[in-house]
Design a protein around this ligand. Structure first.
Ligand SMILES: [Zn+2]
Length: 352
């Protein structure tokens, strides 16, 4: 039997096991004589007695001596850094969900780490302490609405655009102080959608907490939904609760009454050039039309005709951003993302 001399290094390793630290700058594994199982530091299994612990440099060494890998910490698989991020992201999610503060001890226990190590690791990965993270979220009213998903439309509908953009700016701050790693794990946007039919066929209206992010037109509900999926492949898409239909109806009302002003908040996402083009499109009154070269001239980039046409084709918000009001130089209906026939119907309706 191997005896455990209490060298300084072994003592440090032993402390790491007790405090469940994942990394002490000295990669090692440990076996437990009584169970014949070996673990990696940070394992959430019960701490063994010091006298039963044997240290190894590699999993291979442990297995050579007859130890089996622990099922909890899987020391035979390489995934230490992945694990740490996952643990912290889990904790972030919990802090986002909870309506009352969660103690550091509770968070650490869930992660299977010591409170002090958990605290340090959280700060290293997220950039702020768990408590700061929690407070940040509590102060963010819209974040809570997002947790509900269905409340998004209600928020857009009942809140003025001013307050919406104010809330978003606070959100921006939060994202700015969260490192890339977290954002990657935090997935993409949350989008709520609803469908209806109108004189143009099937309509799908999608919104984020900022406003309408897509209006899709098509021949069937399946088609408009498929288009939404390909537009936002990484977002989480949820069908809106019944009250979301209010927003859908507001869009349909605008389709039927193009001369009424549309005050719906839009969440416009694109390059700065695209955004300029889309803003210019929104200045074209119903009944009027423009051309790609006119808009290029308006933006002070007369040569950018093709780029303007590209930006029109990239518009995701049908009708509310009226790219259908752009024609070729000789007033012909050129391409339209949702079909030339629909473009013609829209323009006919807007004829004075
Ligand atoms: Zn283990």
């Amino acid at each position: 039997m191997k005896t455990n001399n209490m060298s300084t290094r072994d003592e440090k390793r032993w402390q790491a096991i007790v405090s469940r630290e994942l990394e002490i700058g000295d990669p090692f594994f440990y076996g437990v004589l009584t169970t014949g199982i070996y673990c990696r530091p940070g394992c959430s299994a019960r701490s063994p007695n010091r006298e039963n612990v044997v240290f190894f440099e590699t999993p291979g060494e442990a297995e050579q001596q007859g130890y089996r890998p622990c099922r909890k910490c899987r020391p035979d698989q390489q995934r230490v850094s992945q694990d740490r991020e996952t643990l912290i992201i889990k904790a972030c999610r919990r802090l986002e969900r909870e309506r009352s503060p969660v103690s550091l001890e509770a968070l650490a226990e869930q992660a299977g780490l010591s409170p002090s190590y958990f605290h340090r690791l959280f700060k290293k990965i997220v950039g702020i302490t768990p408590r700061q993270y929690y407070l940040k979220h509590r102060s963010d009213r819209f974040r809570h609405m997002l947790a509900d998903g269905s409340a998004v439309a209600e928020a857009i509908y009942s809140a003025g655009f001013e307050s919406l953009s104010g809330a978003y700016n606070r959100n921006d701050d939060r994202l700015a102080m969260t490192p890339k790693n977290y954002r990657k794990g935090a997935e993409g946007m949350q989008i709520v959608y609803g469908t209806a039919t109108c004189y143009l066929g099937s309509v799908l209206v999608a919104a984020t907490v900022r406003g309408v992010c897509a209006v899709e037109l098509g021949d069937s509900e399946e088609q408009v939904y498929a288009n939404l999926c390909s537009m936002f492949p990484k977002a989480s898409l949820d069908r809106g609760a019944p009250q979301f239909q209010k927003l859908v109806k507001a869009v349909i009302h605008h389709l039927d009454n193009p001369f009424e002003r549309c005050e719906l908040p839009l969440d416009i996402q694109g390059t700065s050039f695209q955004q300029k083009v889309w803003s210019a499109l929104r200045t074209i009154e119903p009944g009027n039309t423009s051309s790609y070269s006119e808009i290029a001239g308006q933006l002070g980039t007369p040569a950018a005709v093709r780029a303007v046409a590209g930006a029109c084709a990239a518009n995701r918000i049908a009708v509310l951003i009226p790219c259908h009001r752009v024609l070729t130089k000789d007033k012909n209906i050129s391409g339209y993302r949702w079909g030339k026939q629909r473009k013609k119907l829209l323009l006919d309706k807007e004829k004075k």
